[in-house]
Design a protein around this ligand. Structure first.
Ligand code: IMP
Ligand code: MG
Length: 183
């Protein structure tokens, strides 16, 4: 249950800002421009990996003028841990993506296990094309051989919070991305 001490403790764990709200917004405009160019004259189906990509995907699709569809897929999360576990799909797609251009969107590419799991599952549904877009790429942590087609920023090898990224489900609402300091 929330109390004042807990609020103070949560605040103390917000470390230095890594990407400001302005930096994020500007980069999203550039990514949207790239997406418009990639899918010129076509439509795109965005598959957002929730919950982490919610803020990113919401701001990204507002910048798109292409015919755009949106669905979400939910993967088992880290919980309170800051290390990766084996991901599995706990809420699957609701719309038909067969013969559609699919763009998977996630908040951060870390070990690569989550994105690989979603890519494998989407491929089985025979999309017309399949691309991936992540806001952050923590390259040094990769355990699976996977790269995203579109990347917002390279992330330092630190646990980060804010703008959709959580620690134990907190901090997703921060409008910027910061380092997480375990207190
Ligand atoms: P992966 O499967 O190890 O690539 O992890 C990807 C998922 O882990 C992301 O969708 C995030 O939800 C979560 N994650 C990885 N690194 C961080 C981080 O630094 N902060 C918050 N969540 C993270
Ligand atoms: Mg996530």
């Amino acid at each position: 249950m929330y109390n004042v001490n807990m609020g103070e403790r949560l605040k103390k764990s917000i470390g230095s800002v890594i990407f400001t709200s302005d930096q994020i917004n500007n980069r999203i405009k550039e990514l949207a421009h790239k997406i418009e160019t990639l899918y010129q004259g076509e439509e795109v189906t965005i598959v957002a990996i929730t919950n982490g990509s919610i803020l990113f995907v919401a701001d990204l699709i507002k910048q798109l003028s292409l015919p755009t569809r949106l669905d979400c897929i939910r993967i088992s999360s880290y919980g309170a841990k800051t290390v990766s576990t084996i991901p599995s799909i706990i809420h699957d797609l609701r719309i038909d993506i067969k013969n559609h251009n699919v763009l998977i969107v996630d908040d951060i590419l870390d070990t690569g296990k989550t994105l690989q799991c979603v890519v494998d599952s989407i491929k089985r549904l025979s999309p017309k094309s399949l691309r991936t877009c992540v806001l952050l790429d923590k390259k040094e942590r990769r355990e699976v051989k996977i790269e995203a087609d579109l990347v917002g920023f390279t992330s330092p090898n630190k646990f980060v919070i804010g703008y959709g990224l959580d620690y134990n489900e907190y901090y997703r609402n921060l409008p910027y991305i910061a380092e997480f300091n375990q207190c």
